[in-house]
Design a binder for this molecule. Structure first.
Ligand code: GDP
Length: 467
């Protein structure tokens, strides 16, 4: 990162396209720009121009003409970073961009590190840390749901919520600490009962936020879906059909185990990640026959399980299969959807009977499809998106999508639990006060009220250059 007070520059657009944007920020930006930029209208002096002016002109270095450009000017503090800024819209030739940056560097401008513009915005109080992180998320968002979450966070609602909790805990901390000042006299200013109530209230909100991370993460990276079923029921056919029909994203998700295949695709504005859809082993015991064994471990991380059976199966067998899946997924909260495939092979009488019998045996949604004729696929898509949408109803207003926030919330929760235990066990106030302070600290870590330099560097290094 460049020193505060220096001018930084970077291309803000990625390669390709017709136009590229080069950004500059820092005190003296406009004066430096004036050394290489000449407005076509020679009445205009950019040094005197107002903020938000858009000026047409040319960029050259001594006698070398480089490009015809448009320049936007921003006066501090009315800019993204809060500093004096300029943006040069030039032609997207890599040569032109490189030359412009080179001649800026000759004039003492430094190249910006990834995220440095946003870091300056944070440093200048334009946004808090969680909003700054949302900027990176919004750039990366590639589904309607991920975009919705990132933009809520960017608008600052989540930060305000966290800040409110932090203020509540702070006043709580000062009450307790007041007692410490008078510890000789053994007075209690704070009503233990009311304090406990407050801590329970805050902790429950913190816990709900932390719990929403599972969903938030799923939205950001794709809702994990497991397709389970015994060999040959049509799992691969179903997945291939979905991949053909929906905009498929080539799967390349780091951190997945070697032997699992993951396919990522959009269905109804949501990103789904189909896990471990690779062929299931034949043979084996009964569970293995049902094709459950290999998906077993994966069931715990699934938001949705597509339990695939055949339309020629008996209703009892299908229900038994669904029960085993439910048991194996335990309390993970995964939604199970019965997908009855190969409807084309069953007679209409068989299907009618299954439709009547299945609801009596298990209360899971069942969709009849044929991966060959593609019948029932629209309904399956609807049921799939509805399963996740309803899962969201019990989520809090704000959904945590960031692993750093999640860690911090867990720490807050643990500290608050120690406060509650302390009250119950009559632990000395001085120890309770330490735990309250810890909780306050971790809440501050989320919004950047307290953030060590090295953590800041780490957060912003994940940004793209020019942001
Ligand atoms: P998997 O082992 O569960 O992944 O099953 P596959 O997708 O490989 O399908 C097994 C066989 O069933 C293949 O020969 C498919 O062509 C066939 N199949 C899959 N879905 C259907 C269907 O809806 N109708 C019919 N008639 N055949 C299907």
């Amino acid at each position: 990162m460049a020193q505060k007070g220096t001018i930084i520059c970077a291309p803000a657009t990625s390669g390709g396209g017709a136009i590229a944007l080069i950004r500059l920020s820092g005190p003296g930006t406009i004066e430096t720009l004036a050394g290489i930029f000449k407005p076509v209208d020679d009445q205009i002096d950019i040094i005197k121009a107002n903020g938000y002016s858009l000026i047409y002109g040319t960029i050259s270095s001594q006698d070398e003409f480089i490009d015809e450009v448009l320049v936007s000017l921003f006066r501090a503090p009315h800019s993204y970073t809060g500093e004096e800024m300029a943006e040069i819209s030039c032609h997207a030739s890599p040569f032109i961009q490189r030359r412009i940056i080179e001649i800026l560097i000759e004039r003492g401008v430094q190249t910006a590190s990834p995220g440095e513009f946003t870091m300056r915005a944070f440093m200048n109080g334009k946004m808090d840390l969680s909003q700054a992180e949302a900027v990176a998320d919004i750039i990366a968002s590639d589904s309607a749901a991920a975009h919705r979450l990132a933009s809520t966070q960017l608008r600052g609602g989540f930060s305000k919520e966290i800040e409110k909790l932090r203020m509540e805990l702070l006043s709580f901390a000062s009450l307790i600490e007041l007692e410490l000042d008078f510890s000789e006299e053994d007075v209690k200013f704070a009503d233990r009962f009311a304090l406990t109530e407050t801590v329970i209230k805050i902790k429950s909100l913190v816990d709900r936020l932390a719990a929403s991370f599972r969903l938030g993460n799923a939205i950001k990276k794709g809702m994990p879906v497991v397709i389970a079923g015994r060999p040959n029921v049509g799992k691969s056919s179903l997945l291939n059909l979905l991949l053909q029909e929906e905009r498929a994203i080539v799967s390349d998700i780091p951190g997945t185990t070697r032997d699992t295949v993951e396919e990522v695709l959009h269905v109804g504005g949501l990103l789904f990640r189909f896990i471990d859809t690779a062929g299931l082993r034949d043979a084996g015991d009964r569970i293995e026959e049902m094709g459950i064994e290999r998906t077993h471990g994966r069931l715990k991380e699934a938001e949705v399980v597509l339990a695939v059976a055949e339309a020629t199966d008996r209703a009892e067998d299908i229900a038994g299969f669904a029960r085993s899946l439910a048991e194996l997924s335990g309390d993970s909260g995964a939604k199970i959807i019965l997908v009855i495939n190969k409807s084309d092979l069953a007679g209409s009488g068989e299907i009618t009977r299954l439709k009547k019998e299945l609801p009596r045996l298990c209360d899971l949604p069942a969709v009849f499809i044929s991966a060959v004729t593609t019948s029932g696929m629209d309904e399956l898509r609807m049921v799939l998106t509805a399963a996740v949408e309803t899962g969201r109803l019990d989520a809090p207003q704000y959904i945590v999508t960031n692993a750093r926030h999640y860690e911090a919330l867990k720490n807050v929760s643990e500290s608050l639990q120690r406060v509650l235990d302390g009250f119950r066990d009559g632990i000395p106030t001085v120890l309770i006060a330490t735990d309250v302070r810890q909780a306050v600290y971790y809440l501050g870590v989320i919004t950047g009220k307290i953030t060590p330099e090295d953590i800041l560097g780490e957060i912003f290094s994940h940004f793209c250059i020019g942001k």
